[in-house]
Every structure is written in C-alpha cells, then in structure tokens.
Design a protein around this ligand. Sequence first.
Ligand SMILES: Cc1cc2nc3c(=O)[nH]c(=O)nc-3n(C[C@H](O)[C@H](O)[C@H](O)COP(=O)(O)OP(=O)(O)OC[C@H]3O[C@@H](n4cnc5c(N)ncnc54)[C@H](O)[C@@H]3O)c2cc1C
Length: 429
Amino acid sequence: MSEQNYLLNIPETSNKRIVIVGGGFGGLKLALKLYKKNFQIVLLDKNNYHLFQPLLYQVAMSGLEPSAISFPLRKVFQKTGIHYRMAELETIIPEKNELVTDIGRLKYDYLVLATGAKTNFFNQEKIEKYTLQMKSAPDALYIRNRTLENFEKALNKCNEEDVKSYLNVAIIGGGPTGVELAGAMAEMKKYVLPKDYPELDMRNMKIMLYEASPRLLAGMSDTASKVANEYLLKLGVEVHTGTPVLDYNGQTLFLPDGISVDVKTVIWAAGITSARIDGIDESAYGRNNRLLINSYNQILGYQNIFALGDNSLMIDSLHPNGHPQVAQVALQQAHYLSSNIKRIIQNKPLRPFHYIDKGSMATVGRHLAVADLPFANFKGYFAWLLWSVVHLLSIVGVKNKVFVLLNWSWKYITYDQSLRLLVKHKSKN
Ligand SMILES: Cc1cc2nc3c(=O)[nH]c(=O)nc-3n(C[C@H](O)[C@H](O)[C@H](O)COP(=O)(O)OP(=O)(O)OC[C@H]3O[C@@H](n4cnc5c(N)ncnc54)[C@H](O)[C@@H]3O)c2cc1C
C-alpha cells in the first residue's frame, strides 16, 4: 500500500479506482450504478448522509425532522463494497492523479466531482452575515429555530413596531424554494401560530416574498408563475416581483425607492453558485463557478476528471446557458456517465448526454401546486397530489418514506405540525 493511499486507508486492488466526491443525487446514483462493474468505488462526502434537499423547506417550517430527509451513506452502501469516507475535498493534483482531503490523500484512476452548489450571496457581505440560507439540514433547522425564537421574543415586546419586526418574515428569491417557503410559512400563520401564540395578534405578521425579476418561478411556464402568484396572494403573502433587495443590516431590509421594512427573520433563497476547487485550471470554470464539461461530462482540459449535476455546466444548442440545476439533471448525467466510464475501459465510443426534461413542479400549500409536464400543465389539487407522490417516491429509504407520509398525513388531518422544538445551537450573529 502506498503512503498516500494509506492516509485514507483504502485497499489497493487491480481494478480501476473511481473516486466520487459528493454523495448527493448525482454522486450517489453514479456509485450505485458502478459498484458491480469491477471498479473500486470510493465515495467521499463531507457529511455522512445523503440529503433530500427538495423537502428542506418543510424542515425549516417545522413540518419534518431532518432525519426524515437524510439517509446515512454507510447504510446505503451496506453490502456493496463501496468505500465511503467522511472527508472534504481540498485540492486536486491532476498531474499525479491524486487528491487531497481534510483527512488525507488518495490516488484515483477516474475522478468524478459531484459536489453540488452553495448559496450565492453575490458578494453582499451584510446580506450573507444577517440573512438565513437554506442549503443544508443545519441551515433548515436554524431557520426553524430563528422563526420560533423570534415569536417567543415578540411576546415580550411592548412596542407594536417592535412586535411587528419580530413577527415579520421576508423571503428573498421567487424560485421554487422561495415560493414553497412562503406558502408553508403562510399556512403556519393561518393554522398553527394563532393557536400556539393566542397572545399575539397575527395581523401584525407580514410574510413578504421579494423577487428581482418580473415574475416568480422563472424556470417554469408563465401560467405556473401566474397561478403560484395567485395562490400566494390567496394565502396572504405579500408578493413583490421586480423588487431587488438592496441591503439588510439584521434589523431593516432596504428596498428600491427608499422603502425599508423592519424584519428580524430574512431568508435568502436568491441563487446558487459552486465552490471552486483548488487544482482545477481557471479556464475550466464557467458562470457561477460551474465546471465546464463536454457532452461526456469530462471537465474541459481533463481526460479522467468528470463533473456532474449542480456544479457542472454543459452547453449545447438546446441549453446555451447549461442545464437547470435540478435533481433530474444530476441523476440523468450519472446514468450516462456510468455507461461512459465503462465504455472508456472497453475502448468503445462514448455516448453524448441528452437531457430528457420530465417537467417541473412547485407546491404552495394544501391542494395548491403547479406542474409543468411535457404533455400538459396542471394546477391545484391534481398538481399538489402529483407533487406529493413524486417527492414521496423519490426519498431514499423505506423508513424515511413512511416517516414523511405519517407526518404529512398527521398534518393533513389535524392542520397542525408537531415538531416545533426549539433546538438551540450556536448562532452566527
Ligand atoms: C432548498 C432546495 C430545494 C430544492 N428543490 C428541488 C426540487 O424540488 N426539485 C429538483 O429537481 N431539485 C431541487 N433542488 C435542487 C437539487 O437538490 C439539486 O439540483 C441536486 O441536489 C443536485 O445534485 P448534485 O448531486 O449535483 O449535488 P448535491 O445533491 O447538492 O450533492 C452534493 C454533495 O457533495 C457534498 N460535498 C460538497 N462539497 C464537498 C467537498 N468539498 N468535499 C466532500 N463533499 C462535498 C455535499 O455534502 C453533498 O452531499 C433543490 C435544492 C434546494 C437547496
């Protein structure tokens, strides 16, 4: 065993070693497609679980516990022979086919970067410091804590303006995440909070959704966007499209035309970017730090380093700005890449990636959702049901599916959610 490999203690074999960094949608699917094929698969992730991000907003809104949407990677890999290490990638040394992590070094024959994306604050320091983001399980828990904590604080304020600032919630970004969060918050305001906080006048609480572009759900059809807008208004959300948020200082949100709002809970859901990885040439990065890849997922300038999913940018005639950063793209790219890695070994020609858009959906609340499918657009009850079924089926693990279904059923019947524990942890401000 070489000294480098010893550091991560992965055994040497005569099989080609494929190192996959990231156990999200793309990385996990790829590992599971390749492990039976005479490769040595090593999967590294800085967390020891796979996270189902589409339901993070329900964790943030006290509807689900993080464990219901997380699945331990070691459990997924039982009996597969896949080597998993909890490690954070720091640097790649392509000329040596080697990578450096926070726990040691490792050689690879093929390296796949499936590291996803992180929140993009667009270099706005104060916004980054004072707003809440929703990209990980701790982020979602922190939103839950902050919201509940601010309600507790509101009870102790005498001045009505102070009370309002603690009750108000602003969500920045009118994509699916912002829309779903705003809808879930509005349902909490309607069904749950008045019962929990009878001493507070809920008319003092405003839920505000800000979107810089002229419409919500920019990635979906005009109809979906209009319907989602209507649903949110119906639930009592203030929707401000064409309104870029200029700044936030932890107390006041600054808007165009000299308008400002006092609000203590501000959630930033206005964009994502990728983290740069040391060792990859500057020329391989495209917009928002996405790694430029060819149609076989090879990073530009590298033969044996691949990227897939949210951190990659494949440009073709149908997708001049790259594919949408959604789970389906990561899953479909993993499927193609698994086949192409096998083809490389067999000296066969590679198959270029073709994305099949299966449609997109967003839910706003009970019986309120929008769905753009390739054959038709839906809204209302049917879209909501479809959204629920698709999400339930996509969650990894039978136990998690059952837990989510039980939580949803309980909430559906009682109009309540029972997970409002305020789990304190070290705050960032
Ligand atoms: C709140 C939210 C809601 C969403 N809703 C939807 C939806 O409804 N439908 C949809 O299709 N998509 C949705 N998405 C997007 C979807 O989750 C992503 O497109 C998908 O997760 C991308 O898969 P991926 O494999 O590229 O990355 P991810 O699933 O993000 O996985 C990346 C993995 O890499 C690991 N990692 C990152 N950096 C390192 C490092 N340096 N070293 C080691 N490990 C590392 C991370 O821990 C993570 O496990 C949502 C995203 C969010 C945040």
